[in-house]
Structure formats: C-alpha cells, structure tokens
Ligand binder design. Sequence first.
Ligand SMILES: Cc1cc2nc3c(=O)[nH]c(=O)nc-3n(C[C@H](O)[C@H](O)[C@H](O)COP(=O)(O)OP(=O)(O)OC[C@H]3O[C@@H](n4cnc5c(N)ncnc54)[C@H](O)[C@@H]3O)c2cc1C
Length: 387
Amino acid sequence: MDAFCYLFSNMDQPSIIIGGGCAGMQLIRQLLKNPQDQKGEILLIEKEKSIPGKSWCFWANKPSEYDFLVSKRWQKIAFHSERIHLAENIQPYAYHYISSEDFFDFHYELIRKSPRVKIVNEQVEAIQQTNGLFTVKTDRNDYHTNRVFNSITDFSNTPANTILLWQHFYGWFIQTERPVFDQETATLMDFSIEQGPGANFMYVLPFSANTALVEFTAFSSAESYSENHYIRQLEAYIKNRWNTNYEIERTESGKIPMSNFPFSLFNDAGAINIGAAAGAIKPTTGYAFKRIMKDTQELNHLLFDQKDRKAISSDRFKFYDQLLLQIIQHQPERVREIMTKLFSKNDWISVLKFLDEDSSLFEEISIFSSLPKRLFLKQVYQYVFNR
Ligand SMILES: Cc1cc2nc3c(=O)[nH]c(=O)nc-3n(C[C@H](O)[C@H](O)[C@H](O)COP(=O)(O)OP(=O)(O)OC[C@H]3O[C@@H](n4cnc5c(N)ncnc54)[C@H](O)[C@@H]3O)c2cc1C
C-alpha cells in the first residue's frame, strides 16, 4: 500500500512532534503560547491511544508553569534507614504532586480547542532528512516538514562502557481502615527494608490520614523484579509500619532508565530531541518533570532566537552521576549507606539544590566530603583508567 503523504495546509513553520508524553505535551503548550508564532500547524504523532497513569512529583522553591495542576504539596519530607529516622521542613521548597490524568486532561483540552494541532495515533518507524526537509515515516503514512521534535529514546547505538541500569517501581494507592498517615510528610526514601539484588527503598506519598501511595522502588541492573517480589515487600512494609487493614485502590508501576548514555539534543537525522531522548531524566534519581519544564520553555524561546540550546546537564553533574552509577552497577549494597550519609550529614536544602544541579562547587565539595571518600575516590580512579 502506498504511504499517504500528509501536507500541512499552512507551510508557515509547521512542526511535527513525535510522542505525546510528558515532553511532547509540555512542548505543545509552549508552542501554542509563543507570541511569535500563532499560525504554525502542529502534528502530534503518538503510538498509544491511552497512556498508563503515573504520579509526577518534584520539589520546587518557586511558582512553576504547572502549579494549577498540583493536587498535593508537602512542606516536610522524611528519610529513613536502618537506624535513622529523619524528617525536615524543606521550606521555601515544597514537594509537589501532579497526577498524569490531570496533566493529560488539561493538554488534550488545550489541543481540542486549538485548530492548529492535529493528533494521529500511529507508530513512527523512521525519521529521515534531506536538505533540511524531514520525512517522518509511520506504520501508515509519510509526513514531510522542516521542523521535527522527537521524544523517542533510542538506545540502539550504545557506545562501549555505557552503563544502563533501571529504576523500577511498583506501588499501591491504598485506603487504610485507621488514620495512620502523617499527611504533612512525604517519605522520599525508606531504606529500612531488605536490600538486594539492587538498592531498594520505599516511597510514601500520604494524601490524607487514610490514603497514600506506597511504592517499592529499586535501582538495579535488572529491569524489574517479579511481581510477587514487589507484592511481598509492600505487604510486609505496610504491616510493619502501620499494622492496619487496607484496600488497594489502584496499582502504579514503571521503569526509568538510569544511564550515562550520551543523550544528544538532536537525533541521527537532525530532529530536535526532547524529554528523555534529550537526556531530561536525571540518571541517578529518575526525576525529569521539572527538567522537561525548563527545557521546553527554553526550546520554545530559542526557536526564534537562534541562540544555542544548552545541554540539560552540565559535564560536572554528568561526572557526579557517573560515579554513583558505577557504584549502583558494581556495589548496590553501598547505596543505602551513601544515601544515609547524604541525608544525615547535610542540610536538606543543599541536598535538594545538589540533586537539582543547582548547587555551587563549594556546596558540592562539602556534600562529597560527607560521603564514603574511599569508595568515591575508587570510582574516580576507575572512571579515569577504564574509559
Ligand atoms: C511511572 C513513572 C513515574 C515517574 N515519576 C516521576 C516523578 O515523580 N517525577 C519526575 O520528575 N519524573 C518522573 N518520571 C520520569 C519522567 O518524568 C518520565 O519518564 C517522563 O514521562 C519523560 O517524558 P518523555 O516525554 O520524554 O517520555 P514519555 O512521557 O515516555 O513520552 C514518550 C511518548 O512517545 C511515545 N512513543 C514512543 N515511541 C513512539 C513511536 N515509535 N511512535 C510514536 N510514539 C511513540 C510513547 O507512547 C510516549 O507517549 C516517572 C516515569 C515513570 C515511567
């Protein structure tokens, strides 16, 4: 069958966005707001008809573009380990929660109201470019334009020495019989649980005294554990920590790559990468939402300003991430100790800034001096001599 060739009715700055996930949607919103282009057509190509729900959280100390979608904020966060139980007020920061259902409802409504955006549910199979004109080939059609944004992450040409690990998680939204949760405090990491084969912790987001998301999370070389393993861990944790009857309202699971892969701002054909494909996922934490917000705003601004777009992470922070990735890969049993030192020996505002890649060199030296020094020096040695 001949591929249908889609032509934009208005060839003034038409854009194709591949992938209607977190980055694709944020970019559409930005493009529709851009005062310098109120005409350009946008074609969104998304392979899935419906995208599984997820919880997007991030800490922030200033208002963000998506404040109106934040359905819960915690001013206090907690960290637990074998013998350490810490909770701190993180003001002026707060930990924000956005449900992906609210996020997608908002963006689909925006798209529905805009005559400029069209969505097709097709699978992109290739992106080619000749003399600045892109051809996007899907399972059904060929599309041509001169501006393509791509959110497909492609790990196929992985250089030697690439570390590819996974953050995988499985959690339950539960309703408890008794009011057991402190709804003012989100638990970022509870390392008091059994470790191995990777580094494992629980993540608890209490929405009320009776409802919470309790999520088992692992950093490991394996992409997942068996469903039974997650369930056993969750059951044991809920029993030990709250000892109450509960009902499971819904399950959330997923996996996020943790990699030193050299993500590029452009794909092989020269399309503009966005989101995870551009390196928006912080390799050692899995957080991406806020990084995508910043990057898509900048990208939209730069479209008409011809300045260079900056890489999402600087080389300095890529190097720090590299060291921790090496540890997770070869000595995951040391991660609990590292995280315990990070949270027990530093003030948490500095830690949040550091994880946001917003800290000064002085703050970073202070943080690294609180961590197991020999272990990190060994990683530096391995990095320098094994490259
Ligand atoms: C369950 C889960 C929870 C997370 N929680 C947080 C969090 O709390 N905080 C945080 O900051 N980050 C979180 N993240 C990480 C990060 O925010 C997400 O991975 C984010 O979705 C990345 O955005 P993206 O647009 O690059 O990729 P995606 O959102 O995955 O979007 C890519 C889209 O491209 C589509 N696609 C892929 N291939 C094709 C193709 N060939 N043709 C057409 N379409 C295609 C996919 O269907 C998808 O819709 C979470 C990730 C997961 C998986």
